[in-house]
Ligand binder design. Structure first.
Ligand code: NAD
Length: 252
């Protein structure tokens, strides 16, 4: 029987690449995003048509407790089971501001989605996995910003450093339930999120930021997710997979 993956923030960018890849590998996909139901349903109809899988759209905000609760209940009921959670939804600050100027509002917005939303959705799905007793996989899409300091978006860096700890915590807690937990740490990936800083990163990549001299694409992340949910790194729970063209290697 086909397995089901819930992917958050799957309406565009990296998340859309992930559901495309998983559907192509015959996973049923629960697509969670904030975009309209019409747009989400159209995306899912296309996935079902192209790959012959079940694809359903859920308009849900992962920073909302009631949305998270409804989401997990609905997905489990609609598909009959849930086998993998990909915590991909994430936001950058609306305004890039120096940490001496950052507002509490921006901190709450970014941390509310990236850290709180990821933690509590993992908690809800973790409870479901523990009760179901059939294993499971959680993949968190972190960021190179978990360790690289950017003073113009400190709230993002702090949230992603927190996601790294969420991965460790859930790997430890869920091991007894046969649930593996991983973090994928993207480098610079071409998506709507990074379109506003394209010129900056074009220049940095040309100057050698990445060992592999190109932007990353959603497919690069999606392939790594597919490998993990398939179980190819089944004896490596809690690990971080860097997908950034080698930019994480410190050089002199
Ligand atoms: P994106 O902005 O292009 O897409 C993010 C998607 O998440 C959007 O469709 C948006 O509607 C959805 N979303 C936002 N808030 C949500 C919420 N509260 N609930 C549900 N859905 C929500 O971003 P992207 O570049 O595709 O990034 C995806 C993930 O990868 C994020 O966690 C991001 O931090 C991370 N990441 C991206 C890069 C990069 O270079 N693009 C690098 C490192 C990490």
């Amino acid at each position: 029987m086909a397995k089901t993956a819930l992917v958050t923030g799957a309406g565009r960018g990296i998340g859309a690449g992930i559901v495309e890849k998983l559907a192509s590998e015959k996973w049923n996909v629960a697509v969670c995003d904030l975009k309209s139901v019409e747009e989400g349903n159209a995306q899912c109809a296309e996935l079902a048509r192209k790959y012959g899988v079940e694809a359903r759209y859920y308009r849900a905000d992962i920073s909302s407790a009631s949305d998270r609760e409804n989401l997990v209940k609905s997905v489990a009921a609609d598909f009959g089971a849930l086998d993998a959670l990909v915590n991909n939804a994430g936001v950058a600050p609306k305004v890039r501001a120096d940490i001496l100027e950052m507002t509490e509002e921006s901190f709450d917005f970014v941390v509310g989605v990236n850290l709180k939303g990821t933690f509590f959705l993992s908690q809800a799905v973790g409870r479901y996995f523990a009760e179901r007793k059939a294993g499971g996989v959680i993949v968190n899409i972190g960021s190179c910003s978990a360790t690289v300091a950017s003073i113009s978006r400190g709230e993002y860096c702090m949230s992603k450093a927190g996601v790294a700890m969420i991965t460790k915590l859930f790997a430890v807690r869920m091991a007894e339930c046969g649930v593996n937990v991983y973090e994928i740490r993207p480098g610079v990936i071409s998506t709507p999120m990074t379109s506003v800083v394209k010129a900056k990163y074009d220049k940095l990549i040309a100057e050698g930021l990445t060992l592999q001299p190109r932007w990353g694409y959603p497919e690069d992340i999606a392939k790594a997710v597919a490998m993990l949910v398939r179980g190819d790194l089944g004896y490596s729970t809690g690990q971080v997979i860097n997908v950034g063209g080698g930019m994480d290697i410190a050089r002199l």
